[in-house]
Design a protein around this ligand. Structure first.
Ligand code: FUB
Ligand code: ZN
Length: 617
């Protein structure tokens, strides 16, 4: 059985189902996951200790001490770390130190839980009289959601119930206070509980959790939350301005919006609700067409950490919170399963390699909260240090680092799926994937090299379909079937090979990750007249440190049609493809060789300017 974040029930109304087993064994993502496992996750408990998160749990358990931290949602950092560590345990059950930390934090949570099931240290320790009174900003259900996801991960990965028991006791309590017809008619200011409750239903079979998730989705948008939290956004900040079923665009706080839509997709999957299905499809299309950066980053505005107007995508003032990229990936993957449409996994790929991965330093121990696409030479910093275009060891509001950890720890889950016909590869990473009644081994140097060799290890003794996603960046590919014949069917976004497979048969897909110049959407005023360098799924950027000295960074330009060349540099930034281009100096027109590195690797050397969108010379 799959150990990933989504385990559909047998009757789920989806086109595809997550792989039943998935392992990434080598290559690009294996290296990132190793850093996550060896550096990021192990340093989590010390960070949580230093930030006071664990003392908050002790204070709640002992009834002594005060609350540490600036936010009521401090506990969610613990929950997200526990989720990450649990997925990691599925891979490394023989890591006694990790297992001990997981046990320790689980015991702390169990001890902190009140006898009625309630568990959020801010309200237990600092504001006991305000419990469930501040649903807008209190984050009680948000924290509960992350606790539930951690508990599901722990149960799936280890088969143990301690954390699941804590989560179910809290869910019981929530149902008794906020469930349909109960004392409080309310929703949380920060969606998250919805997707978590659907997963708790999937894990336990208890239908009450599915109904509660549906209740929270349908009660949102009826003005139950404050209107004055944000002077410009009003109730849209927490998506309480319009019922979910009537929404026509993504708006408000980006992470809130996208976690909510992940829950909507989950509900549509489990209930077959066509209206919710249509809402999710509609909003995803609008988001991609009008409110998504080239990097896959979303949530353009610093103000309210929110989506802006359509095409309001400034590169320098981009907020593009790391958590929003993660939320977009989580939602898009659910949409891919729901519909079978490859476009969703295409966005997953693009966001993974760019807007998401930039959020963590190559050392696994330095983070970006906001992910701009441009930093000038004269950059003066941000008014909040957490929101600077500079890497930081941890944040006062530490939502992003453990979120990165949980996504990387569960990444194999996002690679492949299955259906009655066969197996679909959505992402390309060396590893072994089991789905749709068969098992394949994938070998590839992706994203540096576009050759993907798929060896069938096991397949039914009948016709069986291997589907490979053709990324939208790819204009040309080669495909070699075992008998040398070209495969019969190409559907939008998919190459499908249906035949009787024998163990050991290989199928080779050759994608051509050439470097290319991309012009921006003509409606995005902020980058009109610029070009970007991309290669395969990777967006590239210029960093000041790589450019010839003596030329002002702001004077570098790049004519559309310039020659681009690519080389692999194993010594630079952990091993990257470097793109060089024939640029020009603004004004004088002198030729300037430009060097572009993958955007995900920026800000890992000396501080300096950076830009993705380069003025056309
Ligand atoms: O409110 C909880 C988290 O903190 C949000 O998801 C992030 O955007 C940050 O504001
Ligand atoms: Zn965040």
């Amino acid at each position: 059985m799959s150990t990933g974040p989504i385990r559909l029930t047998p009757g789920a109304h989806t086109a595809l189902r997550p792989a039943t087993a998935a392992r990434i064994t080598d290559g690009f993502w294996a290296a990132r996951r190793a850093t996550n496992a060896d550096v990021s996750i192990p340093q989590g408990p010390a960070r949580l200790e230093a930030a006071g998160n664990l003392d908050n749990l002790r204070a709640a358990a002992d009834g002594k001490g005060s609350f540490t931290g600036d936010f009521p949602f401090q506990d969610s950092d613990v929950h997200k770390w526990l989720e990450a560590a649990s997925w990691q345990l599925a891979d490394r059950s023989d890591d006694p130190e990790l297992a001990a930390h997981v046990d320790e934090l689980t015991a702390l949570l169990a001890a902190a839980q009140d006898t009625d099931g309630y568990l959020q240290t801010y309200y237990q320790v600092a504001r006991p009289d305000r419990r469930w009174q501040e649903l807008g900003w209190g984050h009680e259900l948000y924290c509960a959601g992350h606790l539930i996801q951690a508990a599901v991960a722990h149960h799936r990965a280890t088969g143990r119930r301690e954390l699941l028991d804590v989560a179910e006791r809290f869910a019981d309590h929530i149902d008794s206070v906020l469930g349909p017809g109960k004392r409080i008619d309310g929703v949380c200011g920060h969606p998250e509980i919805e997707t978590a409750l659907v997963e708790l239903y999937r894990e336990t079979g208890e239908r009450r959790w599915l109904e509660l998730a549906g209740h929270f989705v349908d009660r949102r948008g009826h003005g139950l939350l404050d209107a004055d939290v944000n002077p410009h956004l009003g109730r849209a900040y927490w998506q309480d301005h319009i019922p979910v079923r009537e929404a026509t665009t993504v708006s408000g706080h980006a992470v809130r919006q996208l976690y909510l839509l992940a829950g909507v997709a989950d509900l549509a999957a489990e209930t077959g609700d066509r209206e919710l299905y249509a809402v999710a499809e509609r909003l995803w299309d609008v988001m991609v067409a009008t409110k998504t950066y080239l990097t896959g980053g979303v949530g353009a505005r610093h103000e309210g950490e929110s989506f802006g107007e359509p095409y309001e995508l400034p590169p320098d003032r981009a907020y593009a919170e790391t958590c929003a990229a993660i939320a977009s990936i989580q939602w898009s993957w659910r949409m891919a399963l729901l519909t079978g449409d490859a476009k969703y996994s295409d966005l997953v790929e693009h966001t993974l390699y760019n807007g998401f991965l930039a959020g963590v330093g190559l050392d696994g121990d330095s983070w970006l909260y906001v992910n701009p696409l441009q930093v000038r030479e004269e950059y003066e910093g941000a008014y909040e240090p957490d929101k600077a275009a500079r890497r930081t060891p941890w944040f006062r509001c530490a939502c992003c680092p453990p979120n990165v950890m949980r996504l990387l720890a569960s990444l194999p889950h996002y690679m492949a799926s299955g259906d009655a016909e066969g197996l679909q590869l959505h992402q390309y990473a060396t590893g072994v994937y089991e789905a749709g009644g068969g098992r394949v081994r994938v070998e590839t140097g992706y994203p540096w090299d576009g050759r993907i060799v798929v060896t069938v290890e096991e397949a039914p003794d009948a016709d069986w379909t291997l589907s490979l996603r053709i990324p939208s960046w790819c204009t040309d590919f080669t495909a070699t079937a075992p008998d040398g014949e070209a495969p019969a069917e190409t559907l939008p976004g998919w190459l499908r090979v249906r035949r009787r497979w024998s163990p050991g048969d290989t199928f080779t897909l050759g994608l051509e990750p050439d470097a290319r110049l991309t012009r921006p959407d003509p409606y995005v005023d902020a980058v009109r007249g610029c070009v970007a360098i991309e290669r395969g799924p990777l967006v590239h950027c210029l960093e000041g440190v790589d450019q010839p000295p003596g030329i002002r960074f702001e004077d570098l330009t790049l004519p559309y049609g310039s020659h681009l060349s690519v080389r692999y540099d194993p010594e630079l930034l952990g091993g990257i493809g470097v793109v060089t281009a024939d640029g020009l100096r603004r004004g004088g027109g002198d030729a300037v060789p430009l060097t572009a590195v993958p955007y995900y690797a920026w800000a890992n050397r000396q501080e300096g300017p950076m830009r993705v969108w380069i003025p056309e010379g």
